[in-house]
Structures are given as structure tokens and as C-alpha cells.
Design a protein around this ligand. Sequence first.
Ligand code: MOS
Length: 753
Amino acid sequence: MNTTQIGKPLNRTDGKLKVTGQATYGAEWKLPGLVHGVFLQSTITSGHIVDIDTSKAEKAPGVLMVITHKNAPRLNSIDVYPVNSAGQQLLTLQDNKIYYSGQDVALVIAETFEYACYALSLIKVEYQENKPLISLEKEEANAYPTPWAPVQLRGKVTDGYNQSKTIVSERYRTVINHHMPMEPNACVADLRGDQLILYSPSQWVFGCQRGIAEIFDIPKENVRVISPFVGGAFGGKGPVWPFMTWACAASRKLNRPVKIALMREQMFTSCGHRPYADFKLTAAADPDGRLSLLKHESYNHTSVFEDFVQFIYITTAMLYACPNVMVDHKLIKLNTGGPFAMRAPGEAESMFAIESVMDELAFKLNMDPVKLRMINHADSDPRNGNPWSSKELKQCYIQGAERFGWDKRNNTPRSMRDGDLLVGWGMATALYPAYMAPSSASAKLWANGKMEVRTGAHELGTGTYTIFAQIAADASGYAIDHIEVFMGDTNYPKTPISGGSRSTASIGPAVQACSASIKETILGLALQDKDSPLFGANLSDLEAGAGFVYLKSDANKREAFTDIMKRNNKNVLEEYAEFLPDGATAADRSRGFSGYEAPIFPEHKTFSCYVFGAVFVEVKVDEAIGRVRVTRVVSAHGIGTVMNEKLATSQIKGGIIFGIGQALMEETVMDPNTGRFVNMSIADYHVPVQADVPQMDCFFVKEEDKLVNPIGAKGVGEVGIVGVSAAIANAVFHATGKRIRELPIVPEKVFIG
Ligand code: MOS
């Protein structure tokens, strides 16, 4: 395949629609007769509803319906994924029990949003309160293992202690974070005949379709989910959340379209969060820096009504070459809503811990942190000895360090200054699995000159519309300006969840294959067509580009795709293709195409697929007020084929900014007495703003991956955040001599009085 378009730093094809306000988001679908739903949510954290009085609300102006546990239809709960939950299993409004603060207790549907809000204020709830489970530390004795995270053991954990001289044994913690997309979760549910149409920003229209069908016990074919644009998701728009279920239930009951748009405050209670993570890590190294032991015990919190496992226990066993490794992970039940995956779920947390330990080890060994990582580089997957599909991590360290100017770093803390500010340089490794899953796509070429590519999956803001057009152009030989990509609809070909950075790697090959079939058909027509200037040529003599077939030896001998079609009386050519990643079985395909998770994990039978990288940061610390500013970041990643350098770089930059939030600002604070979140607004839950964004130099090392998939691409949506919090914490240590082992690194932890 020629790669005229792939790799080009093209602008987003959907950029103009977005900046001119023409892209329609979930809450913006204007349907005739649309009514509005607003939830009243629990003010207690654990207990039950003794009484709920909705009589005044029901009589308030504009009110059409009030749903509580007393009159709500009883619904089916959703099947769980093999390794995770399908969002929150608890549907809400099914009984009088309260499991978390912010749980739905009533839903008012009214003619306008304002009527609904007013009616809500008239509802009286009497609660019986229990003492909630809210402290990870206090509940640690009740931690329990799950089948999703069995103990991993390699070598002997005792050997590491015996042979080694340098040991670090510490505890690291990350806190509850919320996804905070610009676009709050929302949906419009519209029952038309026996068809239920759900407009909602979604990372997974097919999972949503399947979930809604199961909940209401209706055929899947009767549910259509539409999601052409998503205003940021980060994990929080993957599953069917209760508000979506209740919009559907209300629409079914009223036979009118119902909109429920979560308010920013409800974004903290109603669509998941990154759970607490707590790591007890022990690392030991020989005097030459070689790791001899890694011992990892970790805990996540989950809700009291389901087991949700964030993948915080995976990385320790495969990141470095270490003969003796033990990894154990347990869950702790707390009275919160269901936690869920959040960007780089698992790695964002665990790499803070692991890469902090490595920095502590390097300091104790008096060794350069990059050198320590080079020494322990895993040339093959340490879990099974298999080769990597590609891994240019050493080049990431070398080239990243060079661009950063790392060789000028003095290893001693507090040795670098800029006026009154302490300067610190820190680094960390980054990695993220190259997940893939069974996928499909279709392409249509019309004789009128338009080519259309369809695939069910989603544009989360990552650039998939653009990248799929690039792939389609190169594979078909058609002109990119005349290719339109359609996404985000259960009527389009089946695709997996747009999560775990898998869209380009999974769906890209399907787009490529169906587009290549278009080209094949066109070439075949040309060869057999007496009126074509290419008649009688050999297939191998032909090439296609920009919508023309031409002779490789003489590009002037050419003909337009559309002319060939017209002469052959073809109004449209249509092709469909599927991609099954290496190792995917027919059962995986059927499961995945039915709207269940069927991920192909990065450990394939004979090789392992990961994105690797290195991130280098500079911080400047004003010790007098405890303020840390990130002033410079250099990142280097190996992602296989760079599909679109501009968009890929944007993904990495966005990830790094996400990481700055995780490192320095973001924490959803739980009231230690009541268990309620206290900072449920963007004013109080701090995310980075433009003034927090430093100079960033993000680049990709040259890397070719012939194994991962036919386009050689590994996902880039999440790896950018990974390692950033550790690099910042390591830089803060280098600046101040103070090791901070619990995120976020807010001023009171840095301040030295
Ligand atoms: Mo991502 S947290 O897998 O959407």
C-alpha cells in the first residue's frame, strides 16, 4: 500500500463542524415533544429511605411523572464483563436501600428543565442512616482477592532480600479522580413504535444497545444508539449508567422523547470515578543496580454492590527484567457509587508507584535514574520470555534524555536553582498495552464521486474520523477530499468499546481491508474493459492514487475510478471487512459483535504488544508557599506507525496535561465523617488550565511493528498520562529533597514551615 495520507499531520476533518457549533452532541438533539428529566439524589451515604413524599411535586406545574422506588418498573440488571463491570450494576430506584451519597432517589420528568428542578425541591425524603464504610485504611482488614487479579509469582520473593544490599519498601497512594470531560454525560431517549433510539455520547454504542436491551428485556434490534460526537470521555462514557436507563424507561412510559443531562455536580455521583489505589511496594537491587526483587501488594476500593477491578496490578510483573516478583491485588468495599475505568486505567496509578520506587532506588544507589532503567530493561516479556511485537524503549530514553538535556542534571537534590525557586528534573517510563478487539467496517464508492466509510465506533475527540479517512484513502487509492467517514451508530458495522486505546489498532485494519477491496474491484474492472486505456495491462503494472488508476510505468496512462464505474454501469461499489486480532477466536468475534467485551490482551501466544515511552519533566518549586509548577516536558514514545503526527502528538500532549492534573491537583475529597464528596464542582475539583500547561516537546521514535496488526499501529490515547505523575514527583524530590508518596502533590505537602 502506498502511504500518501497515512502519517501526514492533517487537521481534523470534523474540526470545522466542531468550532462552528454544527457538531451535534448528546444533549443537543432537538426532537419534537422533548421533555426533561432531573434526579434527586441521596444526601446520606448508607442506609435506607423510610419515606419519600412526592405528592406536592406531582402537582407542580409542568410535571408529567415522578419516579421513585415505590412506582418504578422492576428492571433486569446487566451482565458483567469477564474482567470488569459494565458500569454500575446497581440500576437505582429499585428499592429503598442507599449504598452511596448521590444515589438517585427520585426522577422528575417535566415539560421543561426548570419545571423539573422546581418540582424536585418539593420532594421530602426521610432517611434511616447507617454508619458508612468510607476509609480505605480502616477497612483494609476486610480486603478480599478477586478471580480477576490472581497472585502472580515469579522466582522466590525471599531471594531478592538475601542477595541484595539496596532495598526500598514504601507505600504509595493515589486518590479518587473524576473524568471531568468538557461535555457532561447526557442522553435523549426516544421511543418510536417498537424502536427505542438513544442519542448519547458513548464510547460503545453496541455495548449500550446490548445493555439497554437486557435491562428492558427487549430484542437488541429494537434499540438503536447514536453517538456521532463525544465531548471527551476518558472512560466515563463507556457503559450504560443508570440515568440512561431511566431516560429510556420514562420515554417508554410517556411515549415522548426524554432528555436527561447530568449536571456537573452529578458527574461526581452518577458516572463512575477512578478508585483509590494503595500500593505497598518493595524493590531490591544488587549494587550494580540490577533488580533482584519486586514485591507488590495493592488495593483498590470498590462499591458495596459490585466488584470493580482497575488494572493496577498488571504492570509490575512485566515492566522490568527482574527474576523475583510477587504481585497481589485486593479490593476493599466502600460506600461509593461504582468506580470505573479512567484514562490509562491502572497504569496511571501503578506507574506512579513503580516509577517512584525506581527513583528512590536510583537515589539510594547513587545512580542516574535513566541508567537504572536501561540496566533493567526487559528485552523480552519477563512473564513468559516472548519477544515484544516492537519496543524502542531504549531509544525513547536516549533520544528523550538528549532533547531534554538530561546529561546536565546534577543527581543531588536541591542542587539546582532559578533565583528563589528550586529546580528539579525527574523522569519515568511510560507504557500502555496495545489492546485490540474484533472489528468491522464498510466502504461504499458512488459513481457520483463520493466515497463513504462506515464503522460503528466513536470519535472521542481523538481524531478517528480523520485517521480512518487517511487509511481509506491510501488503501483504496481514492482522493481523501472525497471520502466521508460515518461513525457512532449501531446501524453501522460492529465495533468494540472505544476504550483501552484500541480504536485505531482494531478498526483501522478493517477500514483498510474494505477500502482495499474497492481498489481491487476497480482495478479488475479497468483491466477487463476494452474502452479503458488500461485494458490488457497486468494487475501488477497498475497503481491507484487520488481516485485514478494509472500505469506504474507511465502515470499519464490513467483513468478516474468514477469513469470506470460509469462505463461499467456500476452506480455503487460496496465492500465490508472484518479484522480479528492475532489470537482472536470465532467465539471472541461472536461475543464482541454481540456487544460484550472481547478484548485481545497484549500477551499474544508468541509475542507481547505494548506502547512504551519515556517522559522527562522540569519543575520549579516555590518552597515558601509550596507551589510546584511544571515548566518543561519532553516525551518520547514508540507507537509503531504514526498515523497522523499532529493528532498523535495532540493525544500525548492531552495525556501529559491529564497527568499534571493527577500529579498536582485532582482529588475528589470525601468528608471523613459523612462519606460525601465535598468538592463536586470545577471550581473545587481542580483540573489543569492553560496557565498550568508547560512547554511540551512530544515526539515519536522510529518504530516498525510488523506483528501487532496490518497497519502496524499501536494506540496512543492513554499512554501520554502514564508515568507523568511519577516523573513530576521525582522532579519534586530532586528539587526539594522531599519524597511525596501520595497524590496529588498539593502545596501543603510541599511546604516546609
Ligand atoms: Mo479508557 S479509561 O479505556 O476510555
